[in-house]
Write a protein that binds this ligand. Structure first.
Ligand code: COA
Length: 663
């Protein structure tokens, strides 16, 4: 087997290179080879300093996630880091790409750090249900201020190279030729006295942290995820214990957490996301050119899609019905870009550059040079069919035509074209430039080129894509419609919206189903129910409560009233809604009973799982993990629980997990 760690010598400087594609994860073989090199270098009197670097796209991106949760294999990472820290000579980490988790801990064990100015640094262990296990919570706050360490360790988000330089996480940045800069730096270090290891230094600014306030904020944000609080506790351990004792406690905590249910669920989520949409990568067809993309319709959805495309580097040609509508669409896109700048998601320069690539007009000829056109007009089959017939007539034969729809039948739309093979559905989630999920809808006749274009687009937009067949609502909205319906039956049977929403929040959702409906508006689902009313099976139960709210003008937050009342500026329960529910209970003649929160959640999960099974058996979803990815990335399902299908296959854990969250 080819070696994963190499070493060469230049003028007394050892250059140790980890080369373990794809992301230089620190699996057992890498650790063993690295340790062997460290020991060998230690025994060579002619070596004055060492540079530790990586080949390929990134510095070490962490532990090998496949090894986590299993018995540790020797040598463990702390042993390797101790050997570097105790070395006679200085070690310099030369970082490009992302130094994450064990990768950053490796860099922290080195004497100094140099990085290219696009590198990123982070301890994302909390996103995998753990805390750092090789000194991250002990060495980091001795290098950078504790308040910064708290953000990095408990938030799990990486920081940029300029920020890392500002807080002292790296010593130098370089623009080009990282290796030469690293060798020059290492040569300087070789002539100096080796500084004390981080473990022999005090923490920086621990007294400036409001530990109590942080704990309250972290617990509220975590919504039942255990890792962020454990990470804070591990950092706090530094206040009471000497560094080497804190290191031991950190390791115990890490091992306990790596074996936890939440960590297993989060690892499953990590790999499920990377497997999603994989079936499309085997399609042997060249995708359409995506450097110029057409969008039809500049409402909220169309403008959001245009913004996402612009931020991915594409030029966008947006078609609107007249000049005024084109101007309104341009204003909408500008607002979205400004909001992205304000959120810190993009730089002002990137936003300025993006708007320069945006052209909105009522002239359909502007679309002709686009490789892909995404229709994002009003969710109405007749309107969309009209657009597709027109696009089919004007667009070159090799252009791909996509519809952004949440519910409509892509096959029926495709029938309006001469070549339905070039039609696919792309279900974006609002706001399209923020939400990670993209359902790629494969119609009956969708061809390889259209699908590979969908996959290439998702990659370009850095979205998580899942393939769905055609059905009403595709994967996500179909499951949501099913459990929303069941929640309304629970209202008829005795629960109230506030209780169901609280049970869902308690489980880990950011919002309950009724709060979500109020936010997104009740009218779209109402229109769908009216459209499909004639096809409804009259023998099946139907709750009229939502229809009654809509008929009374209660369409959610936008009308200040929906399932709740918002007219005071905040959400309050509304006796009028309770009255409507009670009236319906009476007219339906149901026997009312009380629900526990656990019964509510078990019912919701049961419906999600049954609908998920149906999607699998009908061939709409390609795998159970795809369904989980949709629910995690598009519908607020708590990530630390893995997803409804994951929970179905871990059903005993579910009851325990739910109990634990309530305790
Ligand atoms: N261990 C094992 N495999 C890993 C890995 C890790 N730490 N990090 C990434 N991979 C694998 C992915 O599963 C994927 O495999 P695949 O090609 O078979 O699907 C491959 O490496 C590429 O990862 P991907 O996420 O698709 O690439 P990217 O360029 O979009 O992102 C990273 C690269 C490193 C930013 C991202 O993979 C990441 O965040 N990894 C996890 C880092 C982490 O949490 N480290 C701490 C572990 S305790």
């Amino acid at each position: 087997m080819a070696s994963l760690v190499g070493c060469e010598l230049r003028d007394g400087i050892a250059i140790v290179t980890i080369d373990a594609p794809p992301v230089n994860a620190l699996g057992q073989s890498v650790r063993a080879e690295l340790l062997a090199h460290i020991q060998e270098i230690e025994g060579r009197a002619d070596i004055r300093a060492a540079v530790l670097r990586c080949a390929g796209r990134t510095f070490v991106a962490g532990a090998d996630i496949n090894e986590l949760g299993k018995p540790p294999l020797s040598p463990v990472l702390p042993e390797v880091l101790e050997a570097i820290e105790a070395a006679r000579i200085p070690w310099l980490a030369a970082i490009h790409g992302t130094a994450l988790g064990g990768g950053l801990e490796l860099a922290l064990a080195c004497t100094t750090r140099i990085a290219d100015n696009k590198a990123k640094f982070g301890l994302p262990e909390v996103t995998l249900g753990m805390i750092p296990g090789a000194g991250g919570t002990v060495r980091l706050p001795r290098l950078i201020p504790m308040s910064e360490a708290v953000e990095i360790v408990t938030g799990g988000k990486p920081v940029t190279a300029p920020h890392a330089l500002a807080i002292g996480l790296v010593d130098r940045l370089c623009e080009t030729d990282l290796l030469s800069a690293a060798i020059a730096f290492a040569t300087e270090l070789a002539g100096e006295l080796k500084p004390a290891s981080l473990l022999d230094r005090p923490c920086r600014g621990a007294e400036e942290v409001d530990w109590q306030g942080k704990a309250v904020a972290i617990r509220a944000k975590a919504r039942g995820a255990e890792a962020p609080m454990e990470a804070l506790d591990a950092l706090k351990e530094n206040l009471e214990l000497p560094a080497r004792e804190a290191l031991k406690k950190e390791r115990q905590r890490f091992l306990r957490m790596a074996a936890s249910e939440q960590a297993a669920a989060l690892r499953y989520a990590f790999f499920s996301e990377r497997n999603a949409g994989r079936s499309l990568t085997s399609i042997d067809s060249v995708p359409a050119d995506l450097w110029r993309i057409g969008v039809v319709g500049g409402g909220t959805m169309g403008a959001g899609i245009a913004t996402a495309l612009l931020l991915s580097g594409s030029e966008v040609r947006l078609l609107e019905r007249d000049t005024a509508a084109a101007e309104a669409a341009t204003a909408r896109v500008k607002d979205m870009l400004d909001a992205s700048v304000a959120r810190g998601a993009v730089s002002r320069d990137a936003a300025g550059n993006a708007i320069d690539r945006f052209f909105a007009s009522p002239d359909e000829a502007e679309l002709i040079s686009c490789g892909l056109v995404i229709e994002a007009v009003f969710e109405d089959m007749d309107v969309k069919r009209g657009v597709f017939a027109r696009l089919d007539a004007i667009m070159p034969k090799d252009a791909v035509l996509a519809t952004n729809t949440s519910y409509l039948d892509v096959n029926v739309l495709a029938e309006t074209t001469i070549n339905p093979a070039r039609v696919l559905g792309l279900h974006f989630f609002a706001p399209a430039h923020v939400m990670k999920l993209l359902e790629i809808v494969r119609g009956r006749d969708t061809g390889g080129r259209a699908l590979s274009t969908g996959a290439a687009l998702a990659k370009r937009l850095k979205k998580t894509s899942v393939v769905s067949g055609v059905c009403h609502g595709f994967i996500g909205n179909r499951i949501m419609a099913a459990y929303r319906r069941d929640c309304e039956f629970m209202l008829l049977a005795g629960a109230l919206p506030a209780q169901i929403d609280a049970a869902m929040r308690d489980f880990g959702f950011a919002m309950g189903i009724f709060e979500v409906q109020d936010l997104s508006g009740l009218d779209i689902a109402w229109a769908q129910r009216k459209n499909t009313a004639s096809a409804r099976d009259a023998s099946l139960p139907y709750s009229r409560i939502a229809d009654m709210l809509c008929e009374g003008g209660r369409l959610g937050r936008k009308t200040n009233k929906g399932w709740y009342d918002y007219s005071s500026g905040k959400k309050t329960d509304d006796p009028e809604v309770t009255r409507i529910i009670e009236e319906e209970r009476t007219s339906a003649g149901v026997t009312v009973h009380t629900f526990t929160d656990e019964q509510i959640m078990n019912r919701i999960l049961g419906v999600m799982q049954r609908e998920g099974q149906a999607l699998l058996s009908e061939g709409i979803a390609e795998s159970a993990s795809d369904i989980d990815v949709v629910m995690l990335t598009g519908y607020g399902f708590p990530r630390h629980r893995g997803g409804p299908m994951y929970l179905a296959s871990h059903s005993t854990d579910r009851a325990e997990g739910h109990q634990a969250a309530r305790d």
